[in-house]
Design a protein around this ligand. Structure first.
Ligand code: FES
Length: 195
């Protein structure tokens, strides 16, 4: 049904925030966007790029691989893919099939964010990016900050993942924090020995 593709739950031809710009660097950043694994990084010249996050060989997560120049070298068998998605090296093989590649996605840095287009690349239009003044995010001094875990005060990149420092679900609001505490109390209660 328009505007969704079959099997899709969201509009694909549109810009989505993939990351804060300051999260992008020479470390591979793995994200799942519209149910698709994606890897974001900066090339040696500083350009930010987004490519598919699964190796087509044995589906190893490319976010857990490494960069060699501008290419991602898969952490399983070492097949390398350039920033344009093309396979550039297969260890122990001289010939690299031209058709062997991973998907690439248009990525634009706009405001504090890197915006990704998950749909048809030829329809990606920067004129469709939101006007930053219109959405009120041009205030002086505005900076990108990670979510803070209220429990241990550690920084975590996403409010819905387990805090990497204290291994609990970070709570972004007092209400969420209270809910989390109540859930934990009920859990302890139900598992308490019956005297
Ligand atoms: S799974 Fe990536 S090279 Fe084999």
């Amino acid at each position: 049904m328009y505007p969704f593709r079959e099997g899709s739950f969201a509009v694909r031809n549109g810009w989505y925030v993939a990351a804060f710009r300051n999260e992008l660097g020479r470390d591979l950043l793995a994200r799942t966007i519209l149910n698709q694994p994606v890897v974001l990084y900066r090339k040696e010249d500083g350009e930010a790029v987004a490519v598919g996050g699964r190796c087509p060989h044995r589906h190893f997560p490319l976010g857990k691989s490494c960069l060699k120049g501008d290419a991602i070298v898969c952490g399983y068998h070492g097949i390398a893919f350039g920033a344009d998605g093309r396979c550039v090296d297969i260890p122990s093989q001289d010939v690299v099939p031209r058709a062997y590649k991973i998907p690439t996605y248009p990525l634009v840095e706009h405001g504090l964010w890197a915006w990704i287009w998950m749909g048809d690349a030829d329809k990606a239009d920067v004129a469709l990016l939101p006007d930053l003044e219109e959405i009120g995010v041009t205030a002086a001094g505005m900076t990108a900050r990670p979510f803070m875990c209220r429990r241990c005060k550690g920084a975590t990149s996403c409010s819905t993942t387990i805090c990497s420092t204290c291994r609990t679900l970070p709570s972004s609001t007092p209400a969420a924090s209270a809910r989390w505490k109540m859930r934990r109390r009920l859990k302890n209660w139900s598992s308490a020995p019956d005297f």
